[in-house]
Design a protein around this ligand. Structure first.
Ligand code: 5GP
Length: 186
C-alpha cells in the first residue's frame, strides 16, 4: 500500500516508515538469535496490537522458538489508559521453566507490561524479557519496568498503523503515523 492510499488521510504525519520498521525488526531478530543461542524461547504475542510486529519478528529469529498468544484489555475507543488490565485470552501452553519473550506493540505508562511480567513470572517462567516495537518513555508511570528490547522511542502522541489501532481501525497501515487529533476529538 502506498502513502497516497485513502487510509493515510487521517494521519497528521508519518512517524516511522515501513522501510525503517523492516530494518529495525531484522536487527532485533538477529540480536535475539544471538542472545538466546542454544535456547528454545517462547515468544508471546500480545493481541491484537503486536500481531504484525510479531509475525515479522519471529521470521527474523533463527532459533527453534515456539509462539503463543494472549489478549488483554486495552484502551477500547478512548486514547487514555484506564490502569485496569484484564486477560481476555490466556496462553494455550504452560510456561513453567521456559524462557519467555513478551512481544508488545507499545509501552506507554507501563501498567500493562508490568502486570503481564509479574503474572508470567508467578507461573514459573525461567526468564522473562520484553520486546516492544515502540516506547513512549516520557509517559512512563511504572519506574522500575525494564523493557529489554525496543525498536523505536517515540514522542508523546497517539500513533496508529503496523498493527496499532484507533477504535479497531488503521491496523493495516504499513507505516506508523500520528493520528490527526480531529479524528478522536470528534
Ligand atoms: P500502558 O499500560 O503502557 O499505558 O499502555 C499500553 C497499551 O496501550 C498498548 O499495548 C496499546 O494497546 C495502548 N497504547 C498506548 N499508547 C498508544 C498509542 O499511541 N496508540 C495506540 N494505538 N495504542 C496505544
Amino acid at each position: 500500500m502506498e502513502q497516497s492510499a485513502k487510509i493515510y488521510r487521517d494521519l497528521d504525519r508519518i512517524l516511522v516508515t515501513k522501510e525503517e520498521i523492516a530494518k529495525k525488526v531484522k536487527e532485533l531478530g538477529q540480536q535475539i538469535t544471538r542472545d538466546y543461542e542454544g535456547k528454545q524461547p517462547v515468544l508471546v504475542c500480545i493481541l491484537k496490537g503486536a500481531a504484525i510486529f510479531f509475525s515479522d519478528l519471529i521470521r527474523e529469529i533463527d532459533l527453534p522458538l515456539t509462539a503463543d498468544f494472549m489478549a488483554i484489555s486495552s484502551y477500547g475507543s478512548a486514547t487514555k489508559t484506564s490502569g485496569v488490565v484484564r486477560v481476555l485470552k490466556d496462553l494455550d501452553h504452560d510456561i513453567l521453566g521456559k524462557d519467555v519473550i513478551i512481544v508488545e506493540d507499545i509501552v506507554d505508562t507501563g501498567v500493562t507490561l508490568s502486570y503481564l511480567r509479574s503474572m508470567l513470572l508467578h507461573r514459573g517462567a525461567a526468564s522473562i524479557k520484553v520486546a516492544a516495537l515502540l516506547d513512549k518513555t516520557a509517559r512512563r508511570q511504572v519506574t522500575d519496568l525494564l523493557v529489554d528490547y525496543v525498536c523505536f522511542d517515540i514522542p508523546d502522541a497517539f500513533v496508529v498503523g503496523y498493527g496499532l489501532d484507533y477504535a479497531q481501525v488503521y491496523r493495516n497501515l504499513p507505516d506508523i503515523g500520528v493520528l490527526s487529533p480531529g479524528i478522536y476529538e470528534k
